[in-house]
Write a protein that binds this ligand. Sequence first.
Ligand code: GLN
Length: 538
Amino acid sequence: MTNTTKYIFVTGGVTSSLGKGIIAASLAKLLQGQGYRVTIQKLDPYINVDPGTLNPYEHGECYVTEDGAETDLDLGHYERFLNVPTSQANNVTTGRIYQSVIQKERRGEFLGKTVQVVPHITNEIKRRVQILGKSGDYDIVITEIGGTVGDIESLPYIEAVRQLRWDLGENNGVVIHLTLVPYLSAAGELKTKPTQHSVKTLMESGVQADILVCRTEHNLPKDLRRKLALFCNVKEEAVIQSIDASTIYDVPNLMLEEGLDKVVLKKLGLKNSTPDISIWNKFVHRHKNPKTEVTIGLIGKYVELQDSYKSILEAFIHAGAENEVKVKVESVHSEYLNEDNIKLKLGHLDGVLVAPGFGERGIEGKITAVKFVRENNIPFLGICLGMQMAVIEFARNVLEIKDADSAEMNANTSNPVIDLMEDQKSVTDKGGTMRLGAWACELKEGSIVYDLYNTKSIKERHRHRYEFNSNYKEQMDAAGMVATGLNPDTGLVEIVEVSNHPWFVGVQYHPEYKSTVANPHPLFVAFIKAALKKKSKK
Ligand code: GLN
């Protein structure tokens, strides 16, 4: 393999939401399939130190890594495609860059110099880009630059790319520019002008794109590719079309057909062969050829946003393919759920997932949903806040502790069955201070989870401040809500199951973050299996 790490930079032009993350992950998949060790990094040009403090309405789901970084949801795509964990180093924001530079300045490390965007901020960006490369773990690092070329906040990043290409030398860095080729239906034509302008904007910052990936709704004819190549200073073979796909999981093969991997490797002076993506293709085949269908209710308060439960939706796709079943997800807004409409909204479902979340809005609807599925033997998976709502519901309706609540929603309840974790009590800062990342959990023999994980010790990722209050453990246990997963060091309850129910599991952690194409999460796989069983009994 190579001695020097090679760098691929992915920039975006014309508009946001073109799917840079999916293109980066698809390319990485093809390179990984050729035996290269690849990782992907996302640079986000906003001032928040990380997306952990961002509302899902602003930024979609916050993804959490093994080492506890709260990151952009694109890192979820990277892990799902590559089946390789990411880390703190894989997501860097402008806020974090400035934070480190300012800390260095306060420590006097700049020796009295004036601290400036160039070179201090750009140096810090360059250092962050190269951390992964210098680890020795990767042959190729793909760096995706968030935002759109021409944005004020992207400028230092583009400047850092310009300098890095120079520093790295010939054949060690390549720039892929993702753009849009819109189709004007009135004229019946695909238009190249926005791409030409976007490439020109990039050039004004001193960066020449090597490869254009053009998002389009229609096939790009040869003459149009030739025109783009001519006007944008790239080879014709480096004009790659990225046509709208019915699923993101088609994109690696679409990129393979277009030869994106081949052009990239040629530019980097690396050997090109046919990628082995057979496990991937087997998954895609199963995903597209389901034998039957189950309908799962996703109960949450951000259901109108397609990105806010991204990892959960993708985990359903993986688990569906594994079971050869199409998982139809019906989103149910918890704020509008009540005793009067619950049967109408949930009665027909084969399984219900109550989603994670924060704050009071919509929680009574979640509790009502848990009661309905518990009493009607509908398979249930509660994740984080969803698990906490299941505990409250059980305490209120089975143990008859009527004011049972979470201290998050009602700080004054006399029965905080969900309470603030001890080590959270002194925490005042909101950013990066939750219980984050992978924690160990020991499973109880004979439980549903013990069976499906097929092992006693697991590690799962967390993101929360509140926990099952162990003072209620004995009572709950005796009444049929059993703690089947405990943290071996602290005794914290991480999993609950209801014993006289066909499949009722609540987990304090987020299994969805660990589900990948190559490794569908066992909890989701078993949940879908339970839903299938429920359906077959109808
Ligand atoms: N709000 C809850 C807590 O902080 C649950 C968090 C979550 O669902 N991720 O404990």
